[in-house]
Design a protein around this ligand. Structure first.
Ligand code: ATP
Ligand code: K
Ligand code: MG
Length: 659
């Protein structure tokens, strides 16, 4: 499998693969280095990525964007209240108390869960990569926001699996960029005292900052923080709201009352925002935005700054939290690396620079750094590829405790992975048990987590516990792990028992010539593994059955979409052939067909053309092929004569030259 890294952005997704001794960005079907992150549903097929973006304005209700904001989120989560305003599709609560989109697809109402929607999108991303690399794409390193909870990480992993991908690692976005920095800048990094780097990513929907200690060959994330609702889309909305107000007075229309009109203002606002990153003023013109009214206006950079002031006023907050976690002050930071599309906004850059009292660095490609880091991490996990060794540890953002039914122990729980610890990390605990038992992992403090997060992370039934005869309890060892993907798990469990073993007593080396002393043994008590225990986990992940059902459904949708695309291709080929043959019949083929043939073929061509606009407008792939072949059987006969004549002329010419 080609190491495959995906930066699933809320706005656009970037793909990287490790190839040719380096990391390449994979371009999509229209040669773009990033692909819009959305899925649309139509009468016949789905639209994913570029094609979804192209139909968005005309199919708002059946187009779902902002995928990563609803992935793994509960419908009742207070965050969803904030999110709703960014969606044009109808979002409903599903059986799992999570979010599904209710769309019109294939002429009926259908629902797809946020995990399915993300899987559809990832499957398209995989398809783009397979086409571009011609390689086998199976293993993926997918990045997610640092604020993703266990539930959302599980949903991200499930989405990969439904798309036929094997998530070798789920990694935090900023961490992936930092790893890329550590690897690609290897030779400029110190070997003794670590360089302190602040990595700041402000994208379409959120803002994340991580403080890292980077050395040659290794990296530690010392602190991470975020603002879940701070990104380009908030800027777009602020601009759009300003224009909506202005148009109300100026044109007596309320674009907010019309979803399509407001969406078009939003799209125009994003363009204006981008123009203002390089210019101090930008025009906006939308034809017939609603009620046949054309609107036009303009905005200055100062005005934009005014509208985004509430955001800019809190830009310091995540930085302060992350610095505090890292035990550092702004002055300790050696370098500030900014990434994400939104960091192109001049006022935002100025503010960041002011906070640190230093100019910003742009060593990293702000759009591609995360994807590149992911591809490198995926390559690290590849059994066949050898990459430069690089060690990185991430910051655990939420304290997690494990709970059990108290028996012999003093406590019934333990905080195992505290906030601020590094992961991956392992801790072994011993419990004294009479038989099978349950363990739960829970977030210790709800306040540390985004609001709305349920405390329970996962639970396990530990099976196979049998005390020794005559004993009430047996020591049970659990290997608890905050794994490389940030999941809180129990990796393995076993019981131990005390056995008495004979151990050789080591003696002073005997002098040469002295008689060999008899080996001496003593009896010692030792703890050895008794039984390996089985762990039955209930986590936020889908059950295998659920996942398999989604996987199958997704495969069927892919097959159906492919049939629609192939049918469309065959139809286009037929249409083109009709025009081509008709033209040639009057031109280069004219003298190679008899009048009777011409009449017959012209008749057939007209008939085929009429059919295409009538019964054949929406026909099957087989019928398009059959029609094509019917025409080609006569067309090829005439073409054959024409080609033979061409060949004869060529030969004649050659003979003439040779003579
Ligand atoms: P997220 O990281 O939040 O999931 P994302 O990764 O898709 O989202 P990015 O690709 O980092 O986001 O950035 C996209 C955002 O950057 C969009 O809001 C876009 O309008 C904005 N953007 C892109 N270019 C510019 C520019 N020149 N000036 C201002 N904003 C820009
Ligand atoms: K992006
Ligand atoms: Mg991003």
């Amino acid at each position: 499998s080609v190491p495959f890294g995906v930066d699933l952005g809320n706005d656009n997704t970037v793909i990287a693969c490790a190839r040719n001794r380096g990391i390449d960005i994979i371009v999509n079907e229209v040669s773009n280095r990033s692909t819009p992150s959305l899925v649309g549903f139509g009468m016949k097929n789905r639209f994913i990525g570029e094609s979804a973006k192209n139909q968005q304005t005309s199919n708002l209700k059946n187009t779902v964007d902002n995928l990563k904001r609803i992935l793994g989120l509960n419908y009742a989560d207070p965050d969803f209240e904030t999110e709703k305003k960014f969606f044009s599709a109808n979002l409903v609560e599903n059986d799992a108390a999570q979010i599904s989109a209710k769309v019109r697809f294939l002429a009926e109402q259908q629902e797809f869960t946020s995990t399915q929607l993300t899987a559809m999108y990832l499957n398209k991303i995989k398809d783009i990569t397979v086409k571009e690399t011609k390689g086998n794409i199976t293993d993926i390193c997918l990045s997610v926001p640092v604020w993703y909870t266990e539930k959302q990480r599980r949903a991200a992993a499930d989405a990969c699996k439904i798309a036929g991908l094997n998530p070798v690692r789920i990694v935090n976005e900023v961490t992936a960029a930092a790893v890329g920095y550590g690897v690609f800048k290897q030779n400029d990094l110190p070997t003794d005292e670590a360089k302190k780097v602040a990595f700041i990513d402000i994208g379409h929907s959120s803002y994340q900052v991580s403080i890292a200690a980077v050395k040659k060959g290794e990296l530690k994330i010392l602190g991470s923080a975020y603002d879940k609702h701070f990104g380009g889309r908030d800027f777009d909305l602020a601009i759009a709201n300003h224009f909506a107000e202005e148009f109300k007075g100026k044109y007596k229309i309320d674009v907010r009352e019309n979803a399509k009109a407001f969406y078009r203002v939003l799209v125009a606002s994003e363009k204006v925002k981008k123009v203002l990153s390089a210019n101090t003023q930008a025009p906006i013109n939308i034809e017939s935005v609603m009620n046949d009214v054309d609107v036009s206006s303009s905005i200055t950079r100062e005005e934009l700054e005014e509208y985004i002031q509430p955001l800019l006023n809190r830009i310091n907050v995540p930085i302060e939290i992350a610095l505090k976690d890292a035990g550092l002050s702004a002055a300790d930071i050696d370098s500030i690396e900014v990434i994400g599309g939104c960091t192109r906004v001049p006022s935002l850059k100025a503010k960041l620079s002011e906070i640190f009292g230093k100019p910003l660095s742009t060593t990293l490609n702000q759009d591609e750094a995360i994807a590149r880091g992911n591809a490198f991490i995926c390559a690290m996990h590849s059994p066949t590829l050898r990459v430069r060794p690089f060690k990185f540890e991430d910051f655990n953002p939420y304290s997690v405790s494990y709970f059990w039914d108290k028996e012999e122990e003093d406590d019934d729980h333990m905080e195992v992975f505290p906030r601020g610890g590094l992961f991956p990390s392992t801790k072994i605990i011993t419990l004294f048990r009479k038989g099978d038992f349950e363990v739960e992992a829970r977030y210790t403090n709800k306040e540390q987590c985004p609001p709305g997060v349920e405390p329970l992370i996962a639970k396990w039934l530990v099976k196979g516990v049998v005390p020794n005869e005559g004993e009430q309890y047996i020591a049970t060892k659990l290997k608890l792990r905050n794994d490389p993907s940030g999941f809180y798990t129990i990796e393995s469990a076993h019981t131990v028992q005390e056995v008495t073993v004979k151990e050789l007593v080591e003696k002073e080396a005997t002098e040469e010539g002295e008689e060999e002393a008899e080996p001496e043994y003593r009896e010692v008590k030792k703890l050895v593994k008794k039984d390996e225990l089985t762990l039955e986990m209930t986590s936020a992940a889908l059950t295998e059955d659920q996942r398999n059902a989604f996987f199958e459904k997704e495969n069927n949708l892919v097959i159906a979409d492919k049939l629609v695309a192939d049918t469309e291709d065959r139809k286009n080929a037929l249409e083109e052939y009709i025009y081509e043959l008709r033209g040639k019949l009057e031109d280069q083929y004219a003298k190679f067909a008899s009048d009777a043939e011409k009449e017959r073929l012209t008749g057939l061509l007209s008939k085929a053309e009429d059919w295409l606009y009538d019964d054949g407008y929406d026909s099957t792939k087989a019928k398009y092929i059959a029609k094509y072949e019917e025409l080609a059987s006569i067309g090829n006969l005439i073409k054959g004569r024409y080609l033979a004549d061409q060949e004869e002329k060529k030969q004649a010419m050659r003979q003439k030259q040779e003579a």
